[in-house]
Ligand binder design. Structure first.
Ligand SMILES: Cc1cc2nc3c(=O)[nH]c(=O)nc-3n(C[C@H](O)[C@H](O)[C@H](O)COP(=O)(O)O)c2cc1C
Length: 178
């Protein structure tokens, strides 16, 4: 099983990239498989507009991102929340990719996560991602928001230190292979 994971953030210190990577590691450990963690900075493109699309067509970065998703047997995304919604970096990548194929997620089994330093745990953006998943051929199996990231995640060891949250995460990840 190939597990493709990424944080939907362009921050070099992204807590969501850490969480996605950790969750992918748990999945591989418990159910077998190998992990590829993507950095969405590798797929940076100009700000999407239909004018730019007429000029540029389908950029190679969007094609490469779509191909990576296509290689996956399972996809884990952890969403960062900026002002209640997606980060501009992720939304831009998503918009370009959706112009190649609206079925961006290609019917892959997915777990959608989110986290923020605050108690809300980026649950607004997670709710949006879940609500729209069906339009983009995302076969969402599980979903979890991790609140108060720095209280619940040990950044040095790169593990969740709250046992209840770890249990919840493990349960959600298990659904990828059920
Ligand atoms: C422009 C901006 C807007 C933000 N808006 C929210 C928000 O709406 N909700 C939230 O929980 N955190 C918000 N935050 C804090 C982010 O959750 C925090 O920066 C987090 O580290 C982002 O995830 P990342 O590290 O994976 O990029 C915001 C941060 C920035 C820079």
């Amino acid at each position: 099983m190939k597990i493709v994971a990424f944080g939907a953030s362009s921050s070099s210190k992204s807590i969501n990239k850490q969480l996605a990577s950790y969750a992918a590691g748990i999945t591989a450990e418990q159910h077998g498989g190998n992990v590829e963690v993507l950095d969405i900075n590798d797929y940076e493109m100009p700000l999407f507009s239909q004018d730019k699309e007429e000029l540029l067509g389908q950029p190679k970065q969007a094609k490469a991102f779509y191909a990576k998703l296509g290689e996956a047997d399972a996809i884990i995304i952890s969403f960062a929340e900026h002002n209640g919604t997606y980060t501009a970096a992720y939304k831009n990548l998503f918009d370009w990719t959706s112009r190649i194929d609206m079925k961006v997620f290609q019917n892959k089994p997915m777990v959608l996560l989110s986290s923020s330093p605050g108690p809300g745990g980026a649950s607004n953006v997670l709710a949006q991602a879940n609500a729209s998943a069906g339009f983009f051929a995302a076969d969402v199996k599980g979903s979890l928001s991790i609140p108060s990231f720095y209280d619940n995640f040990d950044s040095d060891k790169q593990v969740i230190k709250n046992p209840e949250l770890l249990d919840k995460l493990t349960q959600e990840l298990k659904k990828l292979v059920e």
